[in-house]
Design a protein around this ligand. Structure first.
Ligand code: SF4
Ligand code: SF4
Length: 198
């Protein structure tokens, strides 16, 4: 008897669903609106003078729980733009294949040099394509739209521990194009203008 009622229930469920409007879409012909904080890949940014923002401090590499970031710090050298000595990274590789998208690397960056982008999916057939070299990371900074977060914004969201001072980065000099810029339409480059979340 149970067998019969269970079968009738299953049949009724099947019939109900057979005439229900589909909840899926024909991707990639139809792409659902992305959430505000949707993010896909990474970018490294230059400042408005074209100098690398990354100072090679290794904080992103050290905090990465998946250990997918490998940086060769260059130590201090003269900036070709300002003539002042500052840190640089000679090499920067991020292997997306094991990234868990925790965004900790972005959050700890003291100069907002590394950000995530919200470029649409780019399918790949090989693991090598998921390895973001320094060249690719800087190229992403130029031609991919930025995701919401950067180090400053993500740190500002942190609840301070009881009795502790609020978490924040050292204040940065405001720039007209600022390293925290991002929109859906604009590239990750620091030449875009910051927009507040909707
Ligand atoms: S998002 Fe998380 S896992 Fe991915 S590279 Fe950054 S710190 Fe590592
Ligand atoms: S991206 Fe930011 S956290 Fe990572 S090495 Fe460069 S300056 Fe440091």
């Amino acid at each position: 008897m149970n067998y019969l009622t269970d079968s009738l229930h299953a049949l009724a469920t099947s019939l109900r669903n057979a005439f229900r409007a589909p909840t899926t879409v024909e991707f990639p012909d139809v792409i659902r609106p992305r959430p505000e904080r949707y993010r896909t890949t990474f970018a490294l940014l230059n400042d408005e003078q074209g100098d690398q923002l990354c100072i090679g401090c290794l904080m992103c590499e050290r905090i990465c729980p998946s250990t997918v970031i490998a940086i060769k710090a260059a130590g201090k050298r003269e900036s070709p733009v300002t003539g002042k000595k500052r840190g640089y990274a000679d090499d920067f590789v991020l292997d997306l294949s094991a990234c868990i998208y925790c965004e900790l690397c972005v959050q700890v960056c003291p100069v907002d040099a590394i950000v995530m982008t919200r470029a649409p999916e780019v399918p790949t057939f090989s693991r090598e394509d998921l390895v973001l070299t320094m060249e690719r990371l800087y190229a992403n900074g130029v031609d991919k739209p930025r995701a919401w977060g950067d180090g400053t914004r993500l740190m500002a969201m942190q609840e301070p521990a009881p009795g502790a001072a609020p978490a924040h980065h050292a204040p940065k000099a405001p720039t007209p194009s600022g390293p925290s810029a991002h929109t859906d339409d604009k590239p990750a480059s620091s030449a875009a203008v910051r927009e507040e979340p909707q």
